[in-house]
Design a protein around this ligand. Sequence first.
Ligand code: OSB
Ligand code: MG
Length: 378
Amino acid sequence: MRLRDIELRIVRMPLRSPFRTSFGVETEKVALLVRVRGDLRGPGGDRVETGGWGECVAMEEPLYSAEYVAGAVQVTRDFLAPRLFAAGDAVTAERVGPLLAGVVGHRMAKAAVEMAVLDAELRARGVPLAEHLGAVRDRVPSGVSVGIQPSVPELLDVVAGYLDEGYVRIKLKIAPGWVLEPVRAVRERWGDDLLLQVDANAAFTLADAPLLQRLDELGLLLIEQPLAEDDLVQHAELARMLRTPVCLDESVVSARAAADAIRLGAARVINVKPGRVGGYLEARRVHDVAVANGVAVWCGGMLETGLGRAANAALAALPGFTLPGDVSASSRFYETDLTRPFVLEDGHVAVPTGPGLGVEPVPELLAEWTSWRQVLSP
Ligand code: OSB
Ligand code: MG
């Protein structure tokens, strides 16, 4: 397709409750949205107008990864958009990666642009994203990521609420000082059948191995990203000291990194986040590498609005996604979502069936929550 313009928007959405992790606390969702408009040649050779949405998962501050909202805006405006405009007619979702490869890093920003182009193309062709990616399911089992709570009793109340709603798997955020007591309390209250896992967001070092070994007796599905993003070798070392499978999140920034981690023995499971690896197409390659190596994957989340949630549900419907993901209902984070809400039905979220993402922002909400906007053109 040929891009006519790229609209950048920063939206600020109220969260239902603060979300605390080992790296910080979020009280509001701030996201960069990308809207592309352009045209492509239709089956009859005529030009067809189309448009698509992308959501950048970079957070407001560079605490989970090096990327952050203002940086994503700047790199998109100054370095990504000009490359796409310069490509003229030759822009396709498959080519966005190669066209932007000269810019080092900034995967979340690149992913948002690619997502918008992919949505635009698929809408023009009438193909749902799930079908395009190779989905084999029409709904995906839904897990929930539970933030660090002020106390263990409050944690038990929060988890009880999610289980009442029907979530099929609980992930507890852990951090130094919030490890054994909360996890043991949840395991004891709901017993061995509860699918339970933990996520440290890189808060520990190898010196904490004796503490983490004590989690082995709690029958966890996995421990996610215990060590630093660039600590692949140490993750492998830790993995040899634990019975609990080590799952990587932050460290897996590409399909190549996934292959390296698997080869090193640093990951028995991989959390696939499309933004973190540079887009849904690279996310599918991470899936393919993992499947080829017998490694389980699941789809992570970044508090996405309905746009990213729609795309994550599509990705999570691929055959290798054998563990429940952090693809929860909109109500997990939002009283009102930017799109029609994703709801939990029997512990599952439905994969959208419409062309492209299958959802779009509700115009009035988009207007209300947009705090900044700029339209880029060639
Ligand atoms: O580590 O998986 C993570 C949210 C923001 C940043 C990092 C992570 C998370 C979550 C929430 O765990 C997942 C979700 O969107 O439900
Ligand atoms: Mg994580």
